[in-house]
Ligand binder design. Structure first.
Ligand SMILES: Cc1cc2nc3c(=O)[nH]c(=O)nc-3n(C[C@H](O)[C@H](O)[C@H](O)COP(=O)(O)OP(=O)(O)OC[C@H]3O[C@@H](n4cnc5c(N)ncnc54)[C@H](O)[C@@H]3O)c2cc1C
Length: 414
């Protein structure tokens, strides 16, 4: 198939956003995925465009807390011990990157991307005609104990000072005003007013994909692992035969490694798995914004299909069978703070967060191959950062002056 400028591998939010930005800059794009558009991690996340998320998740430094995680005493994490030999090197590198100094470096690296996350989404959503899926609700953390609430408020004050993130502490009465259907004994909460909540992240991503196709791009089913260098360009086998282009973008989230290892790259890509389940709300109960039960690490969000409960991180082999233990632990806790009705989905959904040890994505030229570009590793923030990353990558590929310094996202930092 002739006439392609760029092949984009991976039709999640990251790949589709990169393809749209390349197309806006006059490139003929072919998007390739072995499945349909937005059928993996970008389909089922918590739907929060996290404008507040400058400060990264880090590996805990408190040995007592590490032990609690290791023995699966807390619902926010689940470790498959059988996976430890394989994932321990990544966990160790993540631990090394979690000192206060490295955490600060990550926050400073993430800030310019995070600051533009809503603007870049709104631009694409307006063109795709789906601004209605985006709700300017903010995002609420709730605390069950006064001690945890006080600690959070103190930490937020530091982060506000250092990184300019906006937080508003609210007491129990303020919580009841914000979310009248929350129940149980709650000490207080922190409202982050900036984040946007998407009522159906799968529909948002598909709408971006449909915009891409309506403007002339091709979407083909194909196997990215067939990628090979041919005659100064790149070729991939698809259901429509081989596709070639001078440039290729690897945007395959948790599977990016499958292609890059074959080309000799060894990125320390770890996977944090996570589950979701939808519930009917009992009676007339509603939630006006996503709510994080901060001491238990799950989120409740009102979505098109019901109240979506999303879990924290499961440390396991990427392709291991589902073990939705965190969901089983979180569900009764969630029922204690909100009147959830029956389950809606027949099975829990599983997604895979692609995580590099420093919790920054790779948005970069590949160090050793002409025409190979990388856009992966968006960890907990792929929905948030997909469009802004796509813009940055497209600017680099087309030789424009990037709107921010891309140095923190270089591939050769590992
Ligand atoms: C429970 C949970 C909650 C989350 N909540 C949020 C949130 O609220 N906000 C936020 O910003 N982020 C959130 N995230 C993170 C976010 O969902 C991910 O970072 C993001 O979806 C990654 O997007 P992606 O396009 O890189 O990968 P994906 O969406 O996983 O897409 C990768 C694509 O590559 C394709 N692919 C894989 N292998 C091959 C192959 N061999 N050949 C061809 N194609 C292939 C797949 O089929 C898939 O379509 C959450 C994640 C989870 C799990």
């Amino acid at each position: 198939m002739a006439g392609n400028d760029v092949i984009v591998l991976g039709a999640g939010i990251v790949g589709i956003s990169a393809a749209l930005h390349l197309q806006q800059r006059g490139r003929a794009v072919t998007l390739i995925d072995r499945r349909g558009m937005v059928e993996e991690t970008s389909f089922g996340n918590a739907g929060i465009i996290q404008r507040e998320a400058v400060v990264p998740y880090t590996f805990p430094r408190d040995p007592a807390l590490v032990m609690k995680y290791a023995f699966n005493f807390l619902p926010e994490a689940n470790l498959h011990w059988s996976a430890l030999p394989k994932i321990a090197p990544w966990l160790f590198r993540h631990w090394l990157q979690s000192t206060p100094e490295r955490k600060d470096a990550t926050a400073r690296g993430a800030k310019p991307l995070v600051e533009r996350c809503i603007v870049e989404h709104e631009a694409l959503a307006a063109e795709a005609g789906v601004l209605g899926l985006m709700r300017r609700t903010g995002y609420l953390r709730i605390y069950r104990s006064a001690q945890a609430f006080d600690q959070a408020v103190a930490k937020d004050a530091v982060d506000r000072e250092m990184y300019g993130v906006t937080y508003q502490a609210v007491d129990a009465r303020g919580l009841a005003e914000l979310e009248p259907h929350l129940k149980g004994s709650l000490a207080g909460g922190v409202l982050m007013p900036q984040p946007v909540s998407v009522s159906d992240p799968g529909a948002l991503g598909r709408a971006y994909g449909e915009l891409l196709i309506s403007r002339g791009a091709k979407f083909l089913r194909g196997e990215a692992r067939t990628l090979e260098q041919v005659g100064g360009g790149w070729q991939v086998q698809t259901s429509m035969g081989p596709v070639t282009a001078p440039e290729v973008v690897v945007a395959m989230g948790a599977w990016s490694d499958d292609v890059l290892r074959a080309l000799g790259y060894r990125f320390p890509l770890g996977i944090k798995r996570g589950y979701h389940m939808h519930y009917r709300a009992a009676g007339n109960a509603t939630l006006s914004r996503p709510v994080l039960d901060a001491q238990n690490g799950y989120v409740l969000t009102s979505m098109t299909n019901g109240i979506r409960l999303t879990t924290g991180a499961e440390f396991a082999n990427r392709d291991a069978p589902l073990t939705p233990r965190q969901l089983e632990l979180a569900e009764p806790l969630a029922r204690g703070i909100f009147p959830l009705g029956t389950r809606v989905d027949a099975q829990p959904w599983l997604g895979r967060r692609p995580c590099l040890p420093d919790m920054l994505p790779v948005i970069s030229r590949a160090p050793r191959h002409q025409g190979l570009w990388l856009d992966f590793g968006h960890h907990h923030l792929g929905l948030t950062l997909g469009p802004v990353s796509g813009r940055l990558l497209a600017e680099m590929i087309t030789g424009e002056t990037p709107f921010i310094d891309p140095t923190p996202y270089r591939a050769d930092r590992f």
